[in-house]
Ligand binder design. Structure first.
Ligand code: ADP
Length: 245
C-alpha cells in the first residue's frame, strides 16, 4: 500500500570505534507518514546511529536509503539536498537574528521546490512554518528573547520550512519543562496528522509512547525490538533493558 512506502531504509548498519561496536548490524525501516522512534538506554547507540544517518560519521558497514536512493556515502549537505531535515539536541539557532530569519535559512534547503533567491516565497514558507508551531506573532523578534522551549519550536519550524522528506528530531524534549513537553507532544501529533514522516531519537519513554506509531529499540548497539509501539513496549527484552538502567 502507498501508506507503507519506505522513506528510510537502514540495512545492517554498523559503526565501530576500534573494538567497540557502538552500532552493530542494525536494520529498520521508517515508512511514510507518522512518527517512528529510535530509543534505548544510555550508551545503546542512539546518538551514533543519528550521526551516521545525518552523515557526520561514515558507517563501518551497512547501507542507508532515503526514498529508495542510496545515501550511505553522501555528505551531510547532500543528504539535506535529498530531503533529510533535522534538529539538534543542543539548539543551533543564530541568536542575534530574528525567528523569521532563522527559519528562512531552513526554507533555503536545496531541493525544496522553491526557485533560488525567491525571497518572498522563502519568507512565506518560513512564516507558515512559524504559524504551524504557534509563533507567527513573534516572527520578527530576535531569538535571544525566546525561552528555551520556544527556541526548540523555532528549530522545528526551521526544519519544517525545508519541506523535508524525513525529519530527524534529536532528543526534542531535552531541557523542556513539563508544560513545554505537553506542548511539544501536541505539536508532534499535529505534524504526524499532517502526514510528515519523522524519526525521533530520544530516551523519554513518556513522550515516545505518546506520539510514536512505531519504535525501534537499541541495547548495547544491537536492535532488540522493532514494531508497533504498544507491542514493542510490552516486550520483556525492552522492559529489562530499561529496568537495568
Ligand atoms: P546513546 O546515544 O544511546 O547514549 P551513543 O551512541 O552515544 O549512545 O554511544 C554508544 C557507545 O559508543 C557508547 O559505549 C559510547 O561510549 C561509544 N561511543 C560513542 N561515540 C564514540 C566515539 N566518538 N568514540 C568512541 N566511542 C564512542
Amino acid at each position: 500500500a502507498a501508506t507503507a512506502a519506505p522513506v528510510l531504509e537502514v540495512e545492517g548498519l554498523s559503526k565501530h570505534f576500534g573494538g567497540l561496536k557502538a552500532v552493530d548490524e542494525v536494520s529498520f525501516t521508517v515508512t511514510r507518514g507518522g512518527i517512528h522512534a529510535l530509543i534505548g538506554p544510555n550508551g545503546s547507540g542512539k546518538t551514533t546511529t543519528l550521526n551516521v544517518l545525518s552523515g557526520l560519521y561514515t558507517p563501518t558497514g551497512g547501507r542507508l536509503r532515503l526514498n529508495g536512493r542510496d545515501i550511505t556515502r553522501f555528505a551531510p549537505h547532500q543528504r539535506a539536498g535529498s530531503g533529510l531535515g533535522r534538529t539538534f539536541q543542543n539548539i543551533r539557532l543564530f541568536r542575534s537574528m530574528s525567528a523569521l530569519e532563522n527559519v528562512v535559512i531552513g526554507a533555503e534547503r536545496p531541493g525544496n521546490g522553491i526557485v533560488a533567491h525567491d525571497r518572498a516565497s522563502l519568507e512565506a514558507r518560513a512564516r507558515a512554518a512559524l504559524a504551524f508551531v504557534g509563533l507567527e506573532a513573534r516572527a520578527d523578534e530576535p531569538i535571544s528573547s525566546f525561552s528555551y522551549g520556544h527556541q526548540r519550536l523555532v528549530e522545528i519550524a526551521r526544519a519544517l520550512a525545508g519541506n523535508p522528506v524525513l525529519l530527524l528530531l534529536d532528543e526534542p524534549a531535552a531541557g523542556l519543562n513539563s508544560s513545554e513537553k505537553v506542548a511539544l507532544t501536541a505539536l508532534l501529533r499535529r505534524m504526524a496528522a499532517k502526514g510528515l514522516t519523522i524519526l525521533i531519537i530520544d530516551h523519554d519513554m513518556t513522550l515516545v509512547s505518546d506520539v510514536a506509531s512505531h519504535i525501534t529499540v537499541l541495547n548495547f548497539g544491537r536492535r532488540i525490538a522493532d514494531g508497533v509501539t504498544a507491542t514493542v513496549l510490552r516486550e520483556p527484552a525492552v522492559i529489562e533493558a530499561y529496568l537495568g538502567q
